[in-house]
Write a protein that binds this ligand. Structure first.
Ligand SMILES: *Cc1c(COP(=O)(O)O)cnc(C)c1O
Ligand SMILES: [Zn+2]
Length: 425
């Protein structure tokens, strides 16, 4: 039998076969799934992919699942859309949005990683699964585990957004709120995974989980007509997604599915939790952990597991990383919604604001083909817009009331413009 893939230590290269393990027993470095690309060459072709299902499983020949695995979750294959109106605001003429705000089933890119992680949880025989989460992962694990009939324990920081808590509990998962930040929660999950024989998607199943992120990269290339962009802008929490999109592009080049060309990777963080962008700006792969303090909770990981690899990937690609304030995040959410009709969560505000800054600072040239990754949905973080919009008084169902309403609005607009202010939204 040909082995399509195996676990290998990222640093010392020791091989671990296929088992639920994420850290090298010899050098304590992270393990990674490595594919036999020669074996994949005949299976991962443009033609085979085009005949696959209309979801992320069309790329299954480079995902760590057995040939007999029958996927139940049709996640992925989200729209890649041109963004000309946002582009004209920020000085971009060839800008695209990869819109995982509408990834199924739980409206974030985490549905992709969970689909792969739970396939492996089942293959390893775990009857209970769980995760530590900043929110979106909790939603994705709870929903998909429900569909597979697995018992679920989900641990989150106590101060998570209410919508993300509800979106976990509704699936019947056991939700454990932990006093502390994500890094405290994650440490506790490692201890639980050691004590009980449970499958934690981002602890002992993490190498498999991470491979699911590659499908964002495969899709971008296929949706561009089997081409790679010049630049990719990606939000970073643990730093896994950005490194895996880069891995996906490298695999596509190695297999000859796209022309070999350099792609610059740009990382986006919130200033209130910016350990990776800080490292990139300082020209190092050494991550100084931070204590998160930002509204971008889904990115609030102060000690990112893949931080060193993300920083290395960004710098090796000739890219850059930026971080933006909470105020900039909120106005970028509004800007993306008003220009392109896409309502993203705080993480997408981070990506949009950072993208704008990269053009403003000349790090990205106007005509370069650039893809910005929007990874989550705005309906999950509506609290950040609380108070942003006035509730006008209701009118009676009469045409005259409507006309008065419009007149009053115009009057307000005029006064504000006379005062030299821009009209409030
Ligand atoms: C988890 C998450 C990210 C970042 O993922 P990492 O792989 O941990 O860097 C980005 N956006 C959203 C919305 C997320 O939930
Ligand atoms: Zn090792």
């Amino acid at each position: 039998m040909t082995i399509a893939y195996e676990l290998r230590c990222r640093e010392c290269g020791r091989s671990y076969g296929i088992q639920p393990l994420s850290i090298c027993e010899e050098c304590f470095s992270p393990l990674e799934v490595v594919f036999d690309l020669e074996y994949a060459r005949t299976r991962f072709t443009r033609e085979a992919i085009s005949q696959g299902p209309l979801n992320m499983w069309r790329y299954r020949a480079l995902l760590p699942v057995s040939d007999s695995y029958e996927p139940l979750t049709p996640a992925g294959l989200t729209p890649l859309v041109k963004a000309p109106r946002l582009g004209s605001h920020i000085g971009a003429t060839d800008l695209y949005i990869k819109n995982d705000a509408v990834c199924m089933p739980t409206l974030s890119f985490k549905d992709r990683v969970v689909a792969v992680a739970l396939a492996n949880a089942q293959a390893f025989g775990f009857d209970t699964v769980g995760c530590s989460s900043t929110g979106n992962l909790a939603n994705a694990v709870a929903a998909q585990a429900a569909r597979l009939g697995l018992k679920t324990f989900i641990l989150v920081p106590a101060d998570l957004e209410p919508a993300k808590i509800l979106n976990t509990q509704v699936y019947g998962a056991t939700l454990v709120r932990v006093e502390g930040n994500y890094d405290h929660v994650n440490r506790l999950c490692s201890q639980i995974a050691d004590r009980y024989n449970w499958g934690f998607v981002n602890v002992n199943l993490r190498p498999y989980y991470a491979e699911g992120s590659k499908t964002v990269g495969y899709e971008i290339a296929e949706q561009l007509g089997w081409r790679l962009p010049d630049n990719l802008v990606c939000p970073m929490a643990g730093g896994s997604l950005i490194t895996k999109i880069r891995k996906a592009f490298s695999e596509l080049i190695a297999l000859g599915l796209v022309e070999d060309k350099p792609v610059r990777f740009f990382g986006a963080q919130a200033t209130g939790c910016s350990p990776i962008s800080t490292a990139v700006k300082n020209g190092t792969d050494v991550i100084e952990p931070q204590r998160p303090n930002t509204i971008a909770r889904s990115l609030a990981i102060g000690n990112p597991a893949d931080g060193p690899y993300a920083s290395r990937a960004i710098r090796a690609s000739g890219g850059w990383a930026e971080d933006v304030s909470d105020v900039e995040i909120v106005s970028a959410i509004q800007e993306l919604a008003e220009t392109e009709g896409i309502f993203t969560e705080t993480a997408g505000g981070v990506t949009t604001a950072v993208t704008a800054r990269l053009y403003a600072h000349g790090r990205i040239q106007p005509g370069e083909l650039t893809v910005a990754c929007i990874t989550g949905n705005g309906l999950k973080t509506t609290d950040c817009l609380l108070g942003a919009y006035e509730q006008e008084q209701a009118i009676r169902p009469r045409l005259s009331d409507f006309e008065n309403f419009v007149e009053e609005r115009n009057a307000v607009k005029q006064v504000l413009s006379l005062m030299g202010e821009s009209y409030a939204r």
